[in-house]
Ligand binder design. Structure first.
Ligand code: SF4
Length: 406
Protein backbone atom coordinates (compact mmCIF):
# COMPACT_ATOMS: atom_id res chain seq x y z
CA UNK A 1 0.00 0.00 0.00
CA UNK A 2 1.32 3.46 -0.84
CA UNK A 3 1.53 6.11 1.81
CA UNK A 4 -0.48 8.70 -0.12
CA UNK A 5 -3.39 6.25 -0.41
CA UNK A 6 -3.74 6.69 -4.17
CA UNK A 7 -2.28 3.33 -5.11
CA UNK A 8 0.42 2.84 -7.73
CA UNK A 9 0.24 4.55 -11.10
CA UNK A 10 -0.12 1.62 -13.50
CA UNK A 11 -0.88 3.72 -16.57
CA UNK A 12 2.54 3.26 -18.14
CA UNK A 13 3.84 6.47 -16.63
CA UNK A 14 7.19 6.51 -14.85
CA UNK A 15 5.75 8.82 -12.15
CA UNK A 16 6.25 6.89 -8.92
CA UNK A 17 4.40 7.40 -5.68
CA UNK A 18 5.88 7.74 -2.22
CA UNK A 19 7.84 4.71 -1.00
CA UNK A 20 6.40 2.52 1.67
CA UNK A 21 9.64 1.10 3.06
CA UNK A 22 12.57 3.30 4.13
CA UNK A 23 15.92 3.62 2.38
CA UNK A 24 18.99 2.06 3.95
CA UNK A 25 22.74 2.16 3.43
CA UNK A 26 24.93 -0.48 1.85
CA UNK A 27 28.70 -0.58 1.55
CA UNK A 28 30.60 -1.40 -1.65
CA UNK A 29 31.97 -4.90 -1.01
CA UNK A 30 31.43 -8.27 0.63
CA UNK A 31 33.29 -11.59 0.29
CA UNK A 32 32.27 -13.74 -2.71
CA UNK A 33 30.62 -16.22 -0.34
CA UNK A 34 28.32 -13.42 0.91
CA UNK A 35 27.01 -12.38 -2.51
CA UNK A 36 23.48 -13.35 -1.49
CA UNK A 37 23.64 -12.17 2.09
CA UNK A 38 21.70 -9.39 3.69
CA UNK A 39 24.20 -6.51 3.88
CA UNK A 40 24.16 -4.47 7.08
CA UNK A 41 26.43 -1.43 7.15
CA UNK A 42 27.79 -0.99 10.68
CA UNK A 43 30.75 1.26 9.85
CA UNK A 44 31.64 3.20 6.73
CA UNK A 45 34.83 2.52 4.79
CA UNK A 46 38.13 1.43 6.34
CA UNK A 47 39.76 2.98 9.42
CA UNK A 48 43.20 1.75 8.26
CA UNK A 49 42.95 2.32 4.52
CA UNK A 50 46.70 1.98 3.87
CA UNK A 51 47.08 -1.49 2.33
CA UNK A 52 49.14 -0.98 -0.81
CA UNK A 53 47.13 -3.43 -2.94
CA UNK A 54 43.63 -2.31 -1.91
CA UNK A 55 41.64 0.10 -4.07
CA UNK A 56 38.32 -0.16 -2.24
CA UNK A 57 38.07 2.75 0.20
CA UNK A 58 40.90 5.01 -0.88
CA UNK A 59 40.04 8.72 -0.48
CA UNK A 60 36.93 7.85 1.57
CA UNK A 61 36.72 8.85 5.20
CA UNK A 62 35.95 6.16 7.78
CA UNK A 63 33.16 6.65 10.28
CA UNK A 64 31.18 4.62 12.75
CA UNK A 65 27.44 4.80 12.21
CA UNK A 66 25.13 5.63 15.14
CA UNK A 67 23.56 2.48 16.58
CA UNK A 68 20.04 3.79 16.01
CA UNK A 69 20.77 4.35 12.30
CA UNK A 70 22.01 0.80 11.87
CA UNK A 71 19.03 -0.61 13.77
CA UNK A 72 16.70 1.50 11.62
CA UNK A 73 18.37 0.08 8.51
CA UNK A 74 17.76 -3.46 9.72
CA UNK A 75 14.11 -2.62 10.36
CA UNK A 76 13.97 -1.05 6.88
CA UNK A 77 15.34 -4.24 5.32
CA UNK A 78 12.79 -6.32 7.21
CA UNK A 79 10.03 -4.03 5.91
CA UNK A 80 11.39 -4.31 2.37
CA UNK A 81 11.48 -8.12 2.71
CA UNK A 82 7.81 -8.10 3.78
CA UNK A 83 6.90 -5.86 0.85
CA UNK A 84 8.78 -8.09 -1.59
CA UNK A 85 6.98 -11.15 -0.22
CA UNK A 86 3.63 -9.35 -0.47
CA UNK A 87 4.34 -8.29 -4.05
CA UNK A 88 5.28 -11.89 -4.88
CA UNK A 89 1.87 -13.08 -3.75
CA UNK A 90 3.05 -14.21 -0.33
CA UNK A 91 5.88 -16.52 -1.45
CA UNK A 92 8.95 -14.39 -1.86
CA UNK A 93 11.57 -17.14 -2.24
CA UNK A 94 13.57 -18.21 -5.28
CA UNK A 95 12.67 -16.44 -8.53
CA UNK A 96 9.43 -15.25 -6.92
CA UNK A 97 11.47 -12.97 -4.66
CA UNK A 98 13.13 -11.34 -7.65
CA UNK A 99 9.80 -10.93 -9.43
CA UNK A 100 8.31 -9.56 -6.20
CA UNK A 101 11.12 -7.03 -5.97
CA UNK A 102 10.67 -5.91 -9.58
CA UNK A 103 6.96 -5.42 -8.97
CA UNK A 104 7.45 -3.60 -5.68
CA UNK A 105 10.11 -1.41 -7.22
CA UNK A 106 7.91 -0.57 -10.19
CA UNK A 107 5.16 0.40 -7.77
CA UNK A 108 7.56 2.61 -5.83
CA UNK A 109 7.09 0.47 -2.74
CA UNK A 110 10.75 -0.31 -1.97
CA UNK A 111 14.03 1.55 -2.55
CA UNK A 112 16.55 0.36 -5.17
CA UNK A 113 18.92 -1.07 -2.56
CA UNK A 114 16.19 -3.59 -1.64
CA UNK A 115 17.51 -5.53 -4.67
CA UNK A 116 20.00 -7.10 -2.25
CA UNK A 117 17.15 -8.04 0.09
CA UNK A 118 15.48 -9.75 -2.87
CA UNK A 119 18.70 -11.65 -3.68
CA UNK A 120 18.92 -12.67 -0.04
CA UNK A 121 15.33 -13.89 -0.03
CA UNK A 122 15.76 -15.61 -3.40
CA UNK A 123 18.66 -17.60 -1.94
CA UNK A 124 16.56 -18.71 1.02
CA UNK A 125 17.33 -15.89 3.48
CA UNK A 126 20.09 -17.77 5.27
CA UNK A 127 22.96 -15.32 5.78
CA UNK A 128 23.72 -11.73 6.76
CA UNK A 129 27.01 -9.90 6.42
CA UNK A 130 28.10 -6.86 8.45
CA UNK A 131 29.95 -4.14 6.52
CA UNK A 132 32.33 -2.33 5.86
CA UNK A 133 35.98 -3.16 6.50
CA UNK A 134 36.14 -3.57 10.28
CA UNK A 135 32.85 -3.68 12.23
CA UNK A 136 34.62 -5.41 15.14
CA UNK A 137 36.29 -2.05 15.85
CA UNK A 138 33.06 -0.70 17.38
CA UNK A 139 32.33 -1.35 21.08
CA UNK A 140 31.36 -4.96 21.67
CA UNK A 141 28.04 -4.05 23.32
CA UNK A 142 27.03 -2.03 20.24
CA UNK A 143 27.98 -4.78 17.84
CA UNK A 144 26.13 -7.35 19.94
CA UNK A 145 22.99 -5.17 19.91
CA UNK A 146 23.16 -4.89 16.12
CA UNK A 147 23.67 -8.64 15.69
CA UNK A 148 20.75 -9.37 18.01
CA UNK A 149 18.49 -7.07 15.99
CA UNK A 150 19.46 -8.79 12.73
CA UNK A 151 18.71 -12.19 14.26
CA UNK A 152 15.40 -10.94 15.67
CA UNK A 153 14.17 -9.43 12.42
CA UNK A 154 15.39 -12.34 10.30
CA UNK A 155 14.89 -15.45 12.44
CA UNK A 156 15.66 -17.81 9.55
CA UNK A 157 19.34 -16.80 9.46
CA UNK A 158 21.83 -19.63 9.63
CA UNK A 159 24.86 -17.36 9.86
CA UNK A 160 25.83 -13.74 10.53
CA UNK A 161 29.34 -12.87 9.39
CA UNK A 162 31.69 -9.91 9.10
CA UNK A 163 35.12 -8.75 8.00
CA UNK A 164 37.54 -8.18 10.84
CA UNK A 165 41.08 -6.83 10.85
CA UNK A 166 43.55 -9.09 12.64
CA UNK A 167 44.98 -6.13 14.56
CA UNK A 168 41.49 -5.28 15.84
CA UNK A 169 40.68 -8.83 16.93
CA UNK A 170 44.05 -9.11 18.66
CA UNK A 171 43.24 -6.02 20.74
CA UNK A 172 39.79 -7.26 21.79
CA UNK A 173 39.32 -9.01 25.13
CA UNK A 174 38.15 -12.62 25.09
CA UNK A 175 35.01 -11.50 27.00
CA UNK A 176 34.13 -8.90 24.36
CA UNK A 177 34.51 -11.40 21.55
CA UNK A 178 32.46 -13.97 23.40
CA UNK A 179 29.68 -11.40 23.99
CA UNK A 180 29.45 -10.77 20.24
CA UNK A 181 29.59 -14.48 19.43
CA UNK A 182 26.82 -15.20 21.94
CA UNK A 183 24.70 -12.43 20.37
CA UNK A 184 24.86 -14.44 17.14
CA UNK A 185 27.86 -13.34 15.08
CA UNK A 186 28.97 -16.69 13.73
CA UNK A 187 31.89 -16.09 11.37
CA UNK A 188 34.72 -13.62 10.87
CA UNK A 189 36.49 -13.14 7.54
CA UNK A 190 40.04 -11.93 8.15
CA UNK A 191 42.24 -10.55 5.38
CA UNK A 192 45.43 -12.36 6.32
CA UNK A 193 46.90 -11.77 2.84
CA UNK A 194 50.32 -13.04 3.99
CA UNK A 195 51.85 -14.29 7.21
CA UNK A 196 55.30 -12.92 6.42
CA UNK A 197 56.27 -9.87 8.51
CA UNK A 198 58.50 -8.73 5.67
CA UNK A 199 55.66 -8.82 3.12
CA UNK A 200 53.14 -7.42 5.62
CA UNK A 201 55.39 -4.39 6.12
CA UNK A 202 55.99 -4.01 2.40
CA UNK A 203 52.27 -3.88 1.60
CA UNK A 204 51.52 -1.77 4.70
CA UNK A 205 48.99 -4.18 6.14
CA UNK A 206 49.36 -2.66 9.60
CA UNK A 207 49.62 -5.97 11.40
CA UNK A 208 52.19 -8.62 12.24
CA UNK A 209 52.30 -12.40 12.03
CA UNK A 210 52.21 -12.61 15.83
CA UNK A 211 49.02 -10.50 15.88
CA UNK A 212 47.48 -12.67 13.18
CA UNK A 213 48.12 -15.81 15.20
CA UNK A 214 46.78 -14.17 18.34
CA UNK A 215 43.70 -12.84 16.48
CA UNK A 216 42.99 -16.20 14.87
CA UNK A 217 43.24 -18.14 18.10
CA UNK A 218 41.10 -15.59 19.94
CA UNK A 219 38.41 -15.68 17.25
CA UNK A 220 38.27 -19.47 17.38
CA UNK A 221 38.32 -19.44 21.18
CA UNK A 222 35.34 -17.07 21.24
CA UNK A 223 33.36 -19.55 19.16
CA UNK A 224 33.54 -17.95 15.68
CA UNK A 225 34.14 -19.77 12.44
CA UNK A 226 37.30 -18.25 11.01
CA UNK A 227 38.15 -17.58 7.36
CA UNK A 228 41.63 -16.39 6.42
CA UNK A 229 42.01 -14.75 3.02
CA UNK A 230 45.42 -15.46 1.53
CA UNK A 231 46.79 -13.59 -1.50
CA UNK A 232 49.03 -15.75 -3.69
CA UNK A 233 51.48 -13.50 -5.50
CA UNK A 234 51.55 -10.74 -2.88
CA UNK A 235 55.24 -11.21 -2.12
CA UNK A 236 56.09 -10.42 -5.72
CA UNK A 237 58.61 -12.51 -7.66
CA UNK A 238 61.46 -11.87 -5.27
CA UNK A 239 59.44 -12.41 -2.08
CA UNK A 240 57.48 -15.48 -3.10
CA UNK A 241 59.42 -17.92 -0.93
CA UNK A 242 59.24 -15.67 2.12
CA UNK A 243 55.50 -15.12 1.52
CA UNK A 244 54.89 -18.88 1.48
CA UNK A 245 57.08 -19.51 4.53
CA UNK A 246 55.39 -16.87 6.72
CA UNK A 247 51.87 -17.65 5.54
CA UNK A 248 52.29 -21.36 6.17
CA UNK A 249 53.61 -20.63 9.66
CA UNK A 250 50.55 -18.53 10.61
CA UNK A 251 48.13 -21.03 9.04
CA UNK A 252 49.71 -23.97 10.87
CA UNK A 253 49.68 -22.10 14.19
CA UNK A 254 46.01 -21.14 13.90
CA UNK A 255 44.71 -24.33 12.26
CA UNK A 256 46.16 -26.29 15.14
CA UNK A 257 44.02 -24.29 17.59
CA UNK A 258 40.72 -24.86 15.74
CA UNK A 259 38.20 -27.23 17.30
CA UNK A 260 37.22 -30.30 15.27
CA UNK A 261 33.77 -28.93 14.43
CA UNK A 262 35.10 -25.55 13.26
CA UNK A 263 38.26 -26.06 11.22
CA UNK A 264 40.11 -23.01 9.91
CA UNK A 265 38.96 -22.01 6.41
CA UNK A 266 41.62 -20.67 4.05
CA UNK A 267 40.29 -18.79 1.05
CA UNK A 268 42.55 -17.93 -1.87
CA UNK A 269 42.33 -14.51 -3.46
CA UNK A 270 45.06 -14.14 -6.06
CA UNK A 271 46.89 -10.82 -6.12
CA UNK A 272 46.02 -8.34 -8.83
CA UNK A 273 47.32 -4.81 -9.02
CA UNK A 274 44.79 -2.19 -10.01
CA UNK A 275 45.95 1.08 -11.54
CA UNK A 276 46.00 3.84 -8.94
CA UNK A 277 46.82 1.79 -5.83
CA UNK A 278 50.24 2.28 -4.16
CA UNK A 279 51.37 -1.19 -5.26
CA UNK A 280 50.70 -0.18 -8.86
CA UNK A 281 53.18 2.67 -8.48
CA UNK A 282 55.73 0.19 -7.10
CA UNK A 283 54.97 -2.07 -10.04
CA UNK A 284 55.38 0.74 -12.57
CA UNK A 285 58.66 1.79 -10.95
CA UNK A 286 59.93 -1.80 -11.26
CA UNK A 287 60.11 -2.33 -7.51
CA UNK A 288 57.28 -4.89 -7.45
CA UNK A 289 57.01 -7.65 -10.03
CA UNK A 290 53.69 -9.47 -10.02
CA UNK A 291 54.14 -13.22 -10.59
CA UNK A 292 52.35 -14.48 -13.69
CA UNK A 293 49.79 -17.28 -13.49
CA UNK A 294 52.36 -20.05 -13.88
CA UNK A 295 54.58 -18.62 -11.15
CA UNK A 296 51.54 -18.13 -8.92
CA UNK A 297 50.51 -21.75 -9.43
CA UNK A 298 54.00 -22.85 -8.34
CA UNK A 299 53.68 -20.66 -5.27
CA UNK A 300 50.30 -22.17 -4.37
CA UNK A 301 51.81 -25.61 -4.76
CA UNK A 302 54.59 -24.69 -2.34
CA UNK A 303 52.02 -23.37 0.15
CA UNK A 304 49.96 -26.54 -0.15
CA UNK A 305 53.03 -28.64 0.57
CA UNK A 306 53.88 -26.45 3.56
CA UNK A 307 50.45 -26.80 5.19
CA UNK A 308 49.46 -30.25 3.94
CA UNK A 309 49.50 -31.80 7.41
CA UNK A 310 47.26 -29.08 8.92
CA UNK A 311 43.55 -29.59 9.34
CA UNK A 312 41.72 -26.93 7.32
CA UNK A 313 39.27 -26.29 4.51
CA UNK A 314 40.67 -24.74 1.35
CA UNK A 315 38.32 -22.60 -0.74
CA UNK A 316 39.04 -21.01 -4.12
CA UNK A 317 35.91 -18.95 -4.76
CA UNK A 318 37.38 -15.66 -5.93
CA UNK A 319 37.09 -14.67 -9.58
CA UNK A 320 40.80 -13.73 -9.56
CA UNK A 321 41.88 -17.32 -8.95
CA UNK A 322 43.26 -19.39 -11.80
CA UNK A 323 42.16 -22.76 -10.42
CA UNK A 324 38.66 -22.80 -8.86
CA UNK A 325 39.08 -26.57 -8.51
CA UNK A 326 41.46 -26.03 -5.61
CA UNK A 327 38.85 -26.78 -3.00
CA UNK A 328 39.01 -29.48 -0.39
CA UNK A 329 39.88 -30.57 3.07
CA UNK A 330 43.40 -30.95 4.38
CA UNK A 331 45.10 -33.19 5.18
CA UNK A 332 42.86 -35.76 3.44
CA UNK A 333 42.69 -34.00 0.06
CA UNK A 334 46.31 -32.82 -0.04
CA UNK A 335 47.36 -35.27 -2.76
CA UNK A 336 44.38 -34.42 -4.98
CA UNK A 337 44.86 -30.65 -4.57
CA UNK A 338 48.57 -30.78 -5.34
CA UNK A 339 47.55 -32.94 -8.31
CA UNK A 340 45.28 -30.17 -9.66
CA UNK A 341 48.19 -27.71 -9.62
CA UNK A 342 50.52 -30.29 -11.13
CA UNK A 343 48.05 -30.99 -13.92
CA UNK A 344 48.15 -27.30 -14.83
CA UNK A 345 51.93 -27.04 -14.49
CA UNK A 346 52.44 -30.16 -16.63
CA UNK A 347 50.64 -28.61 -19.60
CA UNK A 348 52.80 -27.42 -22.50
CA UNK A 349 53.72 -23.73 -22.08
CA UNK A 350 51.34 -22.50 -24.75
CA UNK A 351 48.46 -24.50 -23.22
CA UNK A 352 49.11 -23.03 -19.77
CA UNK A 353 49.07 -19.53 -21.20
CA UNK A 354 45.88 -20.25 -23.14
CA UNK A 355 44.20 -21.65 -20.02
CA UNK A 356 45.18 -18.54 -18.03
CA UNK A 357 43.68 -16.33 -20.72
CA UNK A 358 40.59 -18.54 -20.94
CA UNK A 359 40.00 -18.18 -17.20
CA UNK A 360 40.28 -14.41 -17.39
CA UNK A 361 37.75 -14.10 -20.17
CA UNK A 362 35.37 -16.57 -18.54
CA UNK A 363 35.70 -19.23 -21.25
CA UNK A 364 37.23 -21.81 -18.93
CA UNK A 365 36.33 -22.81 -15.41
CA UNK A 366 38.02 -26.16 -14.87
CA UNK A 367 41.09 -27.61 -16.57
CA UNK A 368 38.81 -30.12 -18.29
CA UNK A 369 37.07 -27.24 -20.11
CA UNK A 370 40.12 -27.11 -22.40
CA UNK A 371 38.71 -30.18 -24.11
CA UNK A 372 35.69 -28.27 -25.36
CA UNK A 373 36.35 -27.11 -28.97
CA UNK A 374 33.85 -24.22 -28.67
CA UNK A 375 35.58 -22.83 -25.60
CA UNK A 376 39.01 -23.25 -27.19
CA UNK A 377 37.84 -21.28 -30.22
CA UNK A 378 36.66 -18.44 -27.97
CA UNK A 379 40.11 -18.32 -26.32
CA UNK A 380 41.90 -18.35 -29.68
CA UNK A 381 39.75 -15.49 -30.95
CA UNK A 382 40.39 -13.53 -27.74
CA UNK A 383 44.16 -13.95 -28.07
CA UNK A 384 43.95 -12.76 -31.66
CA UNK A 385 41.86 -9.72 -30.84
CA UNK A 386 44.28 -8.81 -28.02
CA UNK A 387 47.18 -9.07 -30.46
CA UNK A 388 48.77 -11.80 -28.29
CA UNK A 389 50.62 -14.35 -30.44
CA UNK A 390 53.50 -15.78 -28.43
CA UNK A 391 53.13 -17.71 -25.18
CA UNK A 392 54.64 -14.79 -23.25
CA UNK A 393 52.25 -12.32 -24.90
CA UNK A 394 49.24 -14.49 -24.03
CA UNK A 395 50.38 -14.83 -20.41
CA UNK A 396 50.93 -11.07 -20.25
CA UNK A 397 47.45 -10.47 -21.68
CA UNK A 398 45.98 -12.77 -19.00
CA UNK A 399 47.89 -10.85 -16.29
CA UNK A 400 46.64 -7.54 -17.68
CA UNK A 401 43.04 -8.81 -17.61
CA UNK A 402 43.56 -9.98 -14.03
CA UNK A 403 44.21 -6.39 -12.89
CA UNK A 404 40.84 -5.36 -14.34
CA UNK A 405 38.97 -7.81 -12.07
CA UNK A 406 39.95 -5.99 -8.89
S1 SF4 B 1 42.28 -3.27 5.89
FE1 SF4 B 1 41.09 -4.21 4.22
S2 SF4 B 1 39.74 -2.59 3.45
FE2 SF4 B 1 41.32 -1.62 4.72
S3 SF4 B 1 42.89 -0.97 3.25
FE3 SF4 B 1 43.46 -3.00 4.04
S4 SF4 B 1 42.58 -4.49 2.57
FE4 SF4 B 1 41.56 -2.50 2.22
Amino acid sequence: MNTDGKGPDRGGSTRYLARVTPEFEQGPIRPPSEAQSLLVRVVRNCPWNKCAFCPVYKRRKPSSRPTEDVLADIDGMAAAADEIRRSAGGVGRGDDALAGFRRARRDGAVPGEAAQVALFRAAGGRSAFLQDADPCAVPAAKLAEIVRRVRERFPGLERVTTYARASTLAKRSAEDLRMVAEAGLSRVHVGLETGSDEVLARVKKGTTAAQQIDAGRKALGAGFELCFYVMPGLGGRDGSGEHVRGTAEVIRAVAGAAPAERPLVVRLRTTAVAPGVPLWEEHEAGRFELPDDVETAREIRALLEAVRDSRLLLVSDHSLNLLPELEGELPGDAERLVGVVDEFLALPEDERAAFALGRRIGAYWTLADRGDPGRRAVVERAAESLGARTTQEILAAAAELRSRYV
